[in-house]
Design a protein around this ligand. Structure first.
Ligand code: HEC
Length: 154
């Protein structure tokens, strides 16, 4: 029993130490203007731009708007930051203009794919964010638009 109490205290202590702010990853919020954002190079219908803003930009851009309060609790911030970093590595709307035409076409095809399969936004994120719950029509519209965009590129 004594051993168990020691382990328990150890776990609690480590848990508390991790809450010290130096262990927090930096927030994903660039202080430079989004000059290379997708909307700077393509004319995106307003409703689709809104869907991207509401459902994708928290992870797939350099500007995460919506950090929930529990982001401050470890290890939640590592977990969320991991999602953001992985998401940005595959598709960063804020840097879309820096992709080659081929890379852009590839991204558009992937967007079409995830909209058709409805694998994005991540389910855990959708559960916590009403604004990220897209309707059937929204999924179809974004998929159709992304398909069109991919086909218009070489
Ligand atoms: C909560 C964070 C989060 C949100 C919100 C989110 N994504 Fe993602 N997305 C990810 C992560 C993480 C990955 C990388 C998945 C992996 O590596 O398996 C990813 C991958 C992708 C990919 C690449 C898929 C592939 O097969 O290569 C596309 C395209 C994508 N997301 C589009 C979107 C779109 C469009 C939205 C909004 C409708 C969106 N995502 C919302 C986190 C997110």
């Amino acid at each position: 029993m004594k051993g168990f109490v020691k382990v328990l205290l150890g776990v609690i202590l480590v848990g508390l130490v991790l809450q010290i702010p130096i262990f927090q990853p930096a927030k994903n919020y660039s202080d430079t203007a989004p000059l290379d954002d997708i909307y700077k190079v393509y004319e995106i219908p307003m409703d689709i731009q809104m869907d991207f803003n509401n459902a994708c930009y928290d992870c797939h851009s350099n500007y995460t708007e919506d950090y929930p309060w529990y982001y401050r609790v470890q290890p939640v911030s590592w977990w969320m930051n991991g999602h953001i970093q992985k998401a940005k590595a595959v598709l960063n709307f804020s840097e879309f203009a820096t992709y080659s035409k081929e890379e852009q076409a590839e991204r558009f095809k992937k967007i079409q794919e995830v909209m058709e399969k409805r694998t994005m936004p991540l389910p855990a994120y959708q559960r916590m964010h009403n604004k990220a719950q897209l309707s059937d029509k929204e999924y179809q519209k974004v998929a159709a638009w992304a398909k069109e965009m991919a086909e218009a590129l070489p």
